[in-house]
Design a protein around this ligand. Sequence first.
Ligand code: BGC
Length: 717
Amino acid sequence: MLKQLCLLTMGLLAAVRSDAQAPYDTSARIASLLQKMTLQEKVAMIHASSPFTTGGVPRLSIPELTMSDGPHGVRPEFGRDWTLDGNVADSGTYLPTGVCLAATWNPKLGYAFGRVLGREAAYRGKNVILGPGVNIIRTPLNGRNFEYQSEDPFLAGRMAVGYIKGVQDQGISACVKHFAANNQETRRFTINVEMSERALREIYLPAFKASIQEGGVHTVMAAYNKFRGQWCSQNNYLLNQILKKEWGFKGLVMSDWDAVHSTMQPLWNGLDVEMGTDLRMLPNPNYGRFFMADTVLSLVRKGQYPEYLLNEKVSRILYVMMRNGMLDGRVPRKAYNTPDHQQAALSIAAEGIVLLKNENNFLPLQGRRIRHIAVIGVNADRKQSMGGGSSQVKAFYEVTPLEGLRRLAGDSIRITYARGYNIARGAGADPVLIAEAVEAARRADVVVYVGGSTHGYNYAVWEDNAYDAEATDKPDMFLPFGQDELLQAVLKANPKTAVVLMSGGALDMRKWLAQTPAVLQSWYAGMEGGNALAGILFGRINPSGKLPMTFPVKLEDHGAHALGQYPGDSVNVYYQDDIYVGYRYYDTYKVMPQFAFGHGLSYTSFAYSDLRISRSGRKVRVQFTVKNTGRRAGAEVAQLYVSPDGPALPRPMQELKGFDKVLLQPGEQRMLSLELNEDAFRYFDDRSNHWRLDPGNYTIRVGSSSRDLRLGGKIKM
Ligand code: BGC
C-alpha cells in the first residue's frame, strides 16, 4: 500500500514536473548569476523581505524587488509593522479608478494612465506597480468593481494592454491581478470558484491572456480564492499549465498578500514569489518563517525539492529585473506631480464620466440664466483618494465636485451646499438633513445632487460602512443612507435636479429616475474628478464616456443572480451563469437593462453610414462612416458586435469584438476601419477543449451602444 502511494505521489510529481518545464529565460547572464548564488541567496529571493520587497543579493549586486500598489496611484509607504509611515513624502497623482478608465473606451488613455504610474513609481524608488486589476465584473455587488475594468473581456483586455505598456515603457514592471476568478470579495480568502471550462476561457481569462501576450506584462499576481478546489496561488492548472505552458509567460508569479497556505503546493505548482504572509505574524514578522523560506532550504538539502525548480523561480525574478533594467543600474523615467500627470488625470476623468440620461437637453447648465445652484449630497464634498483599501493614494490634491463647481461658477453664480445625509453604519434618512436639503433645493434655480455609494476613508481603519472597497461586497444595490428618500424630497422641491452618482457601478434608481431630467455616472474620478465633472455640467467638456458594464433595473435581473450563484455557500460558488455575464445575459435572455453596456450620451449627435464588410483570407475588414451631426465637437465610441447566425453550440446573442473612439468637429465625418481576426468569430468548444470557428454566416453590427446599433451586415466565414 505504502509502495503504491509512493508510486502515485511520484507519478503526480512527474506530471507536475513536466508542467513546470515551461519556457523561461535561461540566458547566459541569468545562468551565470545562478551559478554564483548560494542556496540561501536563492531562497531569499522567492519570498518577501518586508511588506513590499523581496530579498536581494547585495554580494552580487542583485537589488531587492520593490513593489507598490496600484492600481491607480502609487500607494503611501508602510513600515515593517504595516502601519502607514506618516513621516515621509509619499504623495502621488490620484488617477481615476480602473472602472472610470475603462469607461473612456480609449486605450490611448490606458497608456497615459500607465505612463503616469510608471513615472511616479520610479520617482518613489519602486520597481513594480501592482496593477492593472482585470477581473471580470460579474455582479454589481463586488466591492472591488471600482478597481477593475469591465464585464466584457475584450474591453478589459484592450484597456489593460494600453495600461501595461504605459507602465513598462518607463522601465517599471506592471503586475496584472488577481489571477484568476476573483470576482467577489465576500469570503475571498476561502471561497472555491467552480465554473465551466468554456466560461473560464471565453470570459474570465482573455484579459489576462491579452495582458501577457500583447501587453508583455512582467508579473502576475495570483488571487486569494480557490479555483476548482486549489488555491489560486498554488494552482497547477492556472499557473503551470495555462499561464506558463500554454501562454508562454516568462515573468514571475507572486502571490496576493497572505494568499499562500502551504509549502509544497506553491513550490511545485508555479508560484515564484510569496508575499504578505507577514500579515498573519504581526506584530513580529519573521520572514524566514514564510512557507517558501527556511523550509525550502531544508527541503532542497534533503533532496525533497529539486534545485532546478528553485532555479526556475529565481531565473524568472532575474528576468523581470533584467527587463526593467535593474541589473544594469538603468535609471527609469521618473517624474512627480507634473502638469502633464495632472492633465492625464483630468483627461481620463473627462472621458470616463458617463452621461446616462439627459431629457430635453437639461445639461449642460451653460447658456441658461442660472444664478443659484444648490449642491446636495455628501460625495460633493468628500475626498475619496484614501478610500477603497489597498488602492488608496495620498493625493497631491483632490478637487471635489463642490470645489470644481465653485471654480467654474465664478462670482456670477451663487452656490449653496447641503449634505443631505450622513455616511455612518446603518444610517438611514435623516429628517433634519432632508429638510435642510429641500430648503436649499427650493431656493435654487437648479440642483446638482452628488451622492451614490461610499468608498471608506482610510485603509488603516477597515470601515464597515465602505461599500466600494476591498475585502467587502455591497449588501445590496440600493442607494445607502436613505438617499432614495432624500432624492425624492429634493426632486419634489425642485425638479430641475441633475443626479450625479459616485460608485464603482450600478445602483438601483427606480425610486427617482423617472423624475430627474439628467443622470451622470462619475465613478471615483481621481484628483481632477471635480474639475472634470464641473466641466461636463457647465458644457466646457462634452461627455464621451460609455458604460463598461450593464446597469440592471434591479439586482435580480443580473445574470449572476438570475442564473448563477452569488456569493455561493460557505465553501463554493458555482458560476452557473456560465458565459452569460453582463450584456451577454441581457441580450440573449431578452431582459431590459436600466442602462445598456456601451451606453453613454453626448451633447452632440452622431450618424452612422456606409457599412462595408470585406474578407481577405481569415481577416475581416469592417468600414463605416461616423458623422457629427450636432453643433458641438464631441467624441463617439463606435462599437462593433458579432453574432453567429447558426451557432453549433448556444452562444451569446452578440459579443463586442471591436471599437474605436473618434473626436469629430460639428459637421465633420470620418471613415473608421476595424479589422477582425478569427478570434472575433471563435468560441471555446468544451466538448473537444478547443477554440473553434464554425463555418457559416455572421452578422456584424456597429453603433453607439450594445442596444443602439445603427448598421448591420453579414459575412461568411
Ligand atoms: C490586494 C492586492 C494588493 C495587495 C498588496 C491585497 O490585499 O488584494 O490587490 O496588491 O493586498 O497591498
